[in-house]
Write a protein that binds this ligand. Structure first.
Ligand code: ZN
Length: 199
């Protein structure tokens, strides 16, 4: 059985192919130089839900994946027509030098020990962020990136972090538009404002 380079799991060829497909899709929209790196813990389990898997038929995405996509689009602010198609939204995301990457490159659902995988891959994730992406700013998303925030502080990258009260941006109501609106948990607009104030 092959060992996946993206998550260190001893796994099957299908897993390795799914990762290769995700990397291929992300590469298509990767800016030449990254200004803002959005860093999440791991990609979603369903290939259709992957951020960079642009689709003309949004119904194939789960509701939470659609909401996640839309929150990241909101971070860009104006410049897009209302309800742009995903392809144009991702092209604009790239034009703004925004890029979304993950601490581990495979879904938590495909890990025998997700917490262990995160810990093992933290140094790797830091190295990728520092040398491969070298962004001006890092926006950590979801609670699984909490430990990485500490590590970024240790390597002197604290001032590049865009944080939500000292932590990552977490929306517990992705997938529940009513609750998201009621409790105001959407982070797109907040991130947009923070980014707008930066040099
Ligand atoms: Zn993997």
């Amino acid at each position: 059985m092959p060992v996946c380079e993206g998550c260190g799991t001893r796994t099957d060829d299908a897993h390795v192919q799914r990762r290769a497909r995700r990397l291929e899709l992300a590469a298509k929209y990767r800016p030449a130089s990254v200004r803002v790196l959005f860093l999440d813990g791991a990609p979603p389990a369903r290939p259709e839900d992957y951020f960079y898997a642009a689709t003309a038929d949004r119904s194939i995405r789960s509701l939470s994946a659609r909401m996640y996509f839309d929150e990241l689009v909101k971070c860009m602010g104006t410049g897009l027509p209302p309800n742009p198609d995903e392809e144009s939204a991702l092209a604009e995301f790239q034009k703004r030098q925004f890029f979304l990457a993950y601490a581990i490159e495979c879904p938590f659902e495909e890990q025998a020990d997700p917490q262990g995988a995160l810990r093992r891959f933290a140094p790797n994730a830091m190295k990728r962020a520092q040398s491969d992406y070298a962004p001006s700013y890092v926006v950590p998303l979801s609670s699984s990136t909490t430990d990485l925030i500490r590590l970024f502080g240790l390597v002197g990258w604290g001032d590049r972090l865009i944080l939500n009260s000292g932590g990552p941006f977490v929306d517990p109501y992705l997938g529940d538009p009513t609750k998201q609106a009621t409790f105001g948990t959407g982070y797109g607009e907040r991130i947009k404002k923070l980014l707008a104030g930066l040099p």
